[in-house]
Design a protein around this ligand. Sequence first.
Ligand code: HEC
Length: 67
Amino acid sequence: MFAAQCSGCHSLIGNESLRRQGGDLVHFRMTASQLLQFAREMPTRRVLSNLELAAVVAYVHAAQGNR
Ligand code: HEC
């Protein structure tokens, strides 16, 4: 889900070397609900279902080192 819907504008590797317009997301410390808020507002290729949003938020949240 991240690869298909987010990686065009964001990386998740901890640095900005890929120069994506939305930047790298690893170093943000956000709650899952803050992340969900952002994910909902992103200009993804298509509108994501609540289930898809929950999945991608869980993935990014885990990558950020949160449990
Ligand atoms: C068409 C480009 C685009 C897509 C696709 C996109 N984003 Fe973004 N996103 C941005 C931009 C631009 C910002 C604002 C970056 C800034 O202010 O530094 C942003 C900001 C964010 C932020 C807040 C952190 C920040 O840098 O301010 C989060 C979290 C985020 N995006 C998550 C996601 C997720 C999750 C997805 C996939 C579901 C996604 N984005 C898809 C362009 C995109």
